[in-house]
Each structure stands twice: as C-alpha cells, then as structure tokens.
Design a protein around this ligand. Structure first.
Ligand SMILES: Cc1ncc(COP(=O)(O)O)c(C=O)c1O
Length: 487
C-alpha cells in the first residue's frame, strides 16, 4: 500500500464510528448528569464488590473495532454498579471531597482540550491558569505571596515535592548538592515528625531515600498534636541539617499542631519546617477556624489538596514552597528540545515531579472563581458545624462516646463505650458493618489509641444539617440493632 492510502485514525473503525464527536460528548455528559442526580434513596455504597466489578469489565482482548457510542454505553454499564457514591451528601468515609460540578465541567474541558501542561509553549493557557490560581490559593490560605505552587496529583505527591525541596536546601547549606550527587555520602539529615503524622508523609520520606523509619518520632497528645515539650527535647541537640514535619489536620481528629510554639523552636536550630495540611490547611480560609492554624504561615513549605475541601475532581493537590529557587532546584526538568521559560513565564513542570501532565489548573481556577472567598469560607464553616452537630447528637445516645475534640470536620465515634474495651471494639466493628450494609450513609473505621473507632469526615459541599440528621438516624438505628443483638 502506498503512504497516500493510509487512513485517518477516525477511519480505523470504518463503519463502526458512525457517532460524531459532539454526540459522543453529549452522551458522556448525560450519563454524568444522571449519575449525579441525587434521588434521596440512592445508596451510599456500590452494589458490585471488587470481584463483581472485574467480572463486569472482563472480556477477551478485542480483535476488532467497536462503535464509540457502544463502547461508552458498555463502559457505563460495567462501571456504574461498582461506583461508590463518594460525591453524595452522606459520604463520610476517609477525607473525600465532592467533585463539585463546576470543577468537573472544567476538568471535562481539560480532557477535551487535551493540553499537556508541561510547559508554557505547549499550552500557554494551561501554564497561565496555574499562575493565577497559585496567587488565589496563596491569598486564600494566608501563605507568603512569594511562594511557588506546584499543581500535583494530591497531598502525597505534594508532601514528596516539598520534602524534596527541603532535602535539597538543608544539604546545600552544608555544601552538599543532593540533586546532583544523590544521597551517597551525604551528611545525615535529622527528621522530626509527629507520632500521629499521616502515613503518606512517611511514604514521601521513603520515596526520597530518607527512610520512613529513620526519623525521630515526636510524642503527640490525646488529639494527635505534637507535644511541644517533647518537640523541644527532640530539637535540643540538633546541630546539622534538619527537617521538622508538622501537621494541620490529623486524619482522625482534625487537630492541628501548635505552629506558634513549634515553628520558632525549629527555626532556632535552622530546621526547614514542612506542614502537611492536606485538608486542615483550609482552616486558614475561615475566620472562625483560623485560630487552629495560627502561625502556620511561618513554615517553609506546605502540602494541601484541591480534591478534598476545595471540591475539585481528582487528582489535584498543591505543593507550596516559600523559596521558589529551592522548589525549582528539586524539580526542574530540562532538555534542549524543551522550550525554556523566559523571564516571568511559568513552566509548570519545574514545580512537580512530572513532565507530561494533566492541565490541573483549570479545575482549581474554576472552583475558586465559582465559590469565591466567601463561598469557600461558608463551605468550610458548614462542614465544621455539621461535624459538631453530628457529634453532639450521637453523644446523647447512651453508650456512644465521641473520641476527639471536634474542632474541624473530623469525628471519631466509639460504640458501647460503657462496655469492656474488647466488647466495645466488637460492637463498633459490627455497627460500622451494619451501617455500610444498609447504605444510607458511608462511614469507615480506624484504630485510634489502640481501640476500634468509626470515623466521620465531613468534607462534601452538599452535606448540610438535614443530610447529617438522616445520617445520625441511620447510625443510631444500626447501633441500637447491633447492641440488641449482642445481648
Ligand atoms: C493529613 C493528610 N495528609 C496526606 C494525605 C494524602 O493525600 P492524598 O490522598 O490526596 O494523596 C491525606 C489524605 O487523606 C491526609 O488526610
């Protein structure tokens, strides 16, 4: 065959591709809208488990083309029974935002536009929108305006990125260029981290060659906050490179470290201070909650998420570093075939551990533009108010105890608190199981201080007091029934 007979890709499916791009996109949009239509009786649990979901997709490798419309319908049919209603108003599992329609619509376009947000020449708009969204984020979160922001996949990678900048900076100060020479033969770095830090921060240390166990774990109080006296003791004999890792928003309790006390202590020893604020850093956007994170702006780097409290769709996190040069040194990717940013231009890949990447800035820009500063504040205050209200309502029931001071959006609940510890562990486990089976809401469990608890994370923009009241009723129903059965 001559090269002049080669077909366009759209001809590859021949007769199969009768549907137009517009029809296909409209069909995807109507499937999406139907999924998001929240009838009150929608269950907050998938009907397929993992094995059933695999069966739903399983088929031999297709040998021939299929029409796009049919493929889309087949995808929806196979996927939907195994989708969790994480976007629903009574989803309290983990810390999962609601993928707000505004962010989703912007993200649809990011996919349709197909931009590679690696550098400013491939996509001036994808780079520019990050510049403006960065400014907005820094203002909302009350962080130094000179800071640089990397748009990453989530807080795990944000922690990794910030800690890479920290690692480079503290070693450069003692004459070691880790970005060039690696860690072989490098001076040791002392890493101080709270005992109740999030597991992904230990993973970030592991990915960076710093080791998840080669750290000084500093004792925490009953809410998971670093104990200042323990921190003072741990930092006392530091004399060389040091990174102190603090936290805004403990995953179970929502508690924030005492930044006003800890950051000056760390700085007095020249430590780089990093704050994991995956969701808790958003307290900064609320006048009512800002006292929790007071002083956090004195740190050197901050990790947070868009896909939690800002409600952008997955995947969207922010790596924020006060010293832009340290940030860029740790992340810059360069080659002769990649256009160089000129003065004042942004190459997004210089702030993240990726070259080719999704244009994440569009969804962030759209969410902030849509909600505005006041809408974001109302949303955060409402989630915190709902969490407090749910805790109060549950605590009225004999035998239910709330295991934390509800200061933010996290509640931990123990069922059978009047029973022996083992019996309460069992009853809590069984109550969680009953709640998940019924599906009126979703909540999961965790171990806290060695005992089984149920976690409620109020992170969805649609969760108001009416939805919370329905959830409380369902929790009490499950608890009473499990308790009766246990007798
Ligand atoms: C405190 C904290 N840090 C880090 C993470 C990891 O974030 P991501 O799952 O977005 O990577 C989470 C996730 O819940 C978190 O709560």
């Amino acid at each position: 065959m001559s090269w002049t007979q080669l077909q366009r890709p759209s001809d590859l499916a021949g007769e199969a591709d009768a549907v137009s791009t517009g029809e296909l996109f409209s069909s995807a949009a109507s499937h999406a809208a139907r999924f998001r239509d929240l009838a009150d009786n929608r269950l907050h649990r998938p009907s397929h488990d993992y094995a059933a979901a695999v069966d739903a997709f399983a088929a031999p490798l297709p040998e021939r083309a299929s029409p796009m419309g049919d493929v889309l319908d087949a995808l929806v049919t196979a996927a939907e029974p195994g989708l969790h209603l994480t976007t629903g108003p009574r989803f309290f599992g983990w810390v999962i935002g609601g993928s707000h329609p505004m962010g989703v619509a912007a993200d649809f376009l990011a996919s349709a536009w197909g931009q590679n947000a690696g550098n400013h020449t491939v996509s001036p708009s994808a780079a520019a929108v990050e510049t403006v969204a960065s400014r907005w984020l820094l203002e909302l979160l009350g962080l130094p305006p000179c800071s640089s922001v990397g748009f990453v996949t989530g807080a795990t990678v944000a922690n990794f990125t910030c800690l890479a900048a920290a690692r480079g900076d503290v070693l450069l100060r003692v004459g070691w260029d880790v970005d060039a020479e690696g860690l072989f033969g490098a001076p040791p770095i002392r890493i101080l981290i709270g005992d109740d830090a999030h597991t992904t921060v230990f993973s970030a240390l592991q990915f960076l060659g710093l080791g998840h166990d080669r750290v000084v774990r500093v004792a925490a109080d009953d809410q998971g906050r670093i104990a200042p006296s323990a921190f003072e003791r741990a930092i006392a004999d530091v004399s060389g490179p040091c990174i102190a890792i603090l936290q805004a928003g403990q995953i179970n309790t929502g508690a924030c470290d005492d930044f006003r006390t800890l950051i000056p202590l760390a700085k007095s020893k020249g430590a780089w201070v990093h704050v994991d604020g995956a969701f808790g850093l958003w307290a900064q956007a609320s006048a009512q909650r800002r006292h929790l994170t007071s002083g956090v702006e004195q740190a050197d780097s901050w990790a947070t998420d868009g896909h939690k409290w800002l409600q952008t769709p997955y995947d969207c996190g922010y790596a924020i570093v006060r010293d832009e040069l340290a940030h860029r040194r740790a992340m810059t990717i360069s080659a002769s075939y990649l256009p160089l940013a000129g003065e004042g231009e942004r190459d997004p890949s210089h702030y993240v551990p990726e070259l080719s990447r999704r244009a994440r800035g569009f969804a962030t820009w759209a969410m902030i533009r849509h909600l505005g500063r006041s809408g974001i504040e109302v949303m955060i205050d409402r989630a915190c108010g709902v969490a407090e209200g749910m805790a109060r309502a549950l605590a009225r029931e004999p035998g239910i105890a709330i295991g934390n001071d509800v200061v933010l959006n996290q509640v931990i609940v123990r069922f059978g608190a009047d029973l022996a510890q083992e019996a309460a562990d069992n009853l809590t486990r069984r109550t969680i199981g009953a709640i998940q089976r019924e599906g009126a809401l979703f909540a999961g469990g965790a171990a806290w201080r060695g005992r089984q608890v149920m976690r409620l994370s109020v992170t969805n923009y649609q969760t108001d007091s009416a939805e919370a009241a329905k959830a409380v009723d369902a929790i009490l129903r499950a608890y009473r029934s499990e308790r009766r059965d246990a007798v």
